[in-house]
Design a protein around this ligand. Structure first.
Ligand code: BYC
Length: 471
């Protein structure tokens, strides 16, 4: 179904026919706009940005590209097409028709999942708020803003569900989503990684690679939900999420490429003095962003996750293609745990181990991306490999949060940690150094000295296209 752009809130959910919901959303909208003005990208709000806007939800050609001022972006509510006679694929209700309304007994659990998902969207915009002024190119600036407006739309997607299906408590939660603030001591965002800072572009590119990829896996699990409106919402969000991960993967790939070129040109590993970022320093940033993103999957054993699954609220990644009973009442799964100060593999009930199951799929996906960066290094003839640290390294959630683990996966003492952590995670001085490289480059087709140009532009435009009109 095409989206009616004449309406105040573009949508393909027949909002015009649901006056109560439309009014509720119209009341929420000014609060969103105020939040965007206060917490969205600093500066550039009056600039024309070459953005992609969702104009339909079919697989081909859902996106239209054109110049838009960010406050005029048409944030709307788009659900993927309904699947006819969709059946629940897992859990206690497996085989029953998918729900168009929420069973009363599951409202609390489902609301919590939707609020947690929704909270990450504005949080990431807040984290990235200051990056516009130090963008390495107009191409990258445009990509940042594309990510930001789409995270805003993902907030709308969750708020639609809260307003449409949860009554008064849903409305209160929707308001609270605009009140929490990333990193705020009194009213922080819900999940740890979304209260960290994204102070520079290396962090931003790592974030879009590692943290947005958590988004992919969580959204894919929610896309399996028995609650059909959530499933359809998440399916459409995933099409947008792909671009965010593209920004991260190609972005880090371009930094790696630039570093390799500087290493060869100057015959040194230490390219800092030539305005580049050492591979060793990139490894430290990788260690940080990977470990805080691993925390986002929750504890290895979780009754919450088991309940979500049995209730039919949240499935596994690619639930339908899995070759098992989709109920897991007697199944086992091997997970990594700490036992008597050793890291061991243990069989546990699969139902309790669903967070770890999802984390495993995520880790494999991250490893593929890191492999592609390593190809760039190898092709340059340089003998260095970026690596994912052990899953227990630098964790704040789960079994390993109680111990200190080296990147190789050895449990170490606090004293060893204190001695070595500067070799594994970026130090204050290194973060400061990366900060000094962050100088805005705004001439079309020009790039900062620490990142290579991309292989191609956006939507068949040239690399030197004026992606943001600053004049
Ligand atoms: N930080 O039973 P457990 C995205 C809490 S990213 C702080 O293991 P559960 C995006 C937990 O709440 C995807 N607290 O937790 C990316 C629980 O509290 P209670 C976002 C944490 O429920 C980039 C306790 O610890 N979507 O879209 O199994 C840009 C015990 O834990 C954390 C979702 O996350 C943490 N990291 O699993 C923009 C999907 N982890 O019960 C967007 C929805 C756990 O003791 N969320 N806790 O009070 C979920 O499915 C689950 O809430 C989680 C946690 C997987 C996150």
């Amino acid at each position: 179904m095409a989206i009616d752009y004449a309406e105040r809130i573009p949508n393909n959910v027949n909002l015009a026919e649901n006056r109560r919901l439309q009014r509720a959303l119209e009341q929420w909208q000014p609060g969103f706009q105020k939040w965007w003005a206060e917490m969205g990208p600093a500066g550039f709000q009056e600039r024309e940005v070459y953005l992609r806007t969702a104009t339909s939800v079919d697989a081909q050609g859902w996106a239209s590209f054109g110049y838009v001022k960010m406050p005029d972006y048409r944030w709307g509510i788009f659900l993927a097409e309904a699947e006819r006679d969709r059946k629940i694929a897992f859990g206690d209700h497996k085989g029953e028709p998918a729900w168009q309304e929420i069973p009363g007994e599951y409202r609390g659990a489902l609301r919590r999942l939707i609020v947690t998902q929704g909270d990450t969207e504005p949080a990431s915009v807040e984290q990235q708020r200051q990056l516009g002024r130090t963008s390495p190119s107009l191409y990258d600036l445009r990509n940042l803003f594309q990510v930001n407006v789409e995270e805003g739309r993902h907030l709308w997607a969750m708020v639609y569900l809260l307003h449409g299906y949860f009554g008064r408590d849903g409305r209160e939660e929707a308001d609270a989503l605009l009140q929490r603030r990333s990193g705020n001591a009194d009213n922080p965002r819900i999940l740890g990684a979304f209260n960290e800072q994204t102070p520079d572009w290396l962090s931003f590119l790592m974030f879009t690679f590692f943290t947005d990829r958590d988004g992919k896996y969580q959204l894919a699990s929610l896309a399996e939900s028995a609650f059909d409106p959530l499933s359809r919402t998440c399916r459409f969000m995933l099409t947008e999420e792909a671009h965010h991960m593209f920004v991260g993967e190609t972005g880090i790939g371009r930094v790696v490429q630039c570093t390799c070129e500087l290493m060869k040109e100057h015959d040194t590993d230490e390219v800092g003095r030539y305005g580049g970022i050492d591979l060793k320093l990139m490894q430290k940033y990788l260690n940080f962003h990977y470990s805080v993103s691993l925390d986002l999957f929750g504890a290895e054993l979780s009754t919450n996750a088991a309940n979500y699954f049995s209730m039919g609220l949240k499935g596994r990644f690619n639930e339908e293609t899995r070759d098992d009973d989709h109920q897991l009442n007697n199944a086992q799964y091997t997970i990594t745990q700490v036992d008597d100060m050793r890291i061991v593999q243990k069989e546990q009930p699969a139902l309790l181990a669903l967070n770890e199951t999802l984390r495993d799929a995520y880790i494999a996906d991250c490893a593929r991306g890191v492999g592609r960066w390593n190809k760039v290094i190898k092709t340059a003839g340089i003998n260095f490999e970026l690596r994912l640290p052990h899953r227990g390294f630098h964790r704040a959630i789960g079994d390993c949060a109680a111990v200190k683990v080296s990147p190789e996966g050895r449990i170490i003492t606090e004293a060893e940690w204190d001695t070595h952590q500067g070799e594994w995670l970026p130090t204050a001085a290194e973060r400061e150094f990366v900060g000094t490289l962050m100088k805005g480059v705004t001439e079309p087709g020009k790039f900062a000295g620490w990142i290579a140009p991309p292989a191609r532009g956006i939507n068949h435009q040239g690399i030197d296209f004026e992606y943001v009109k600053l004049g």
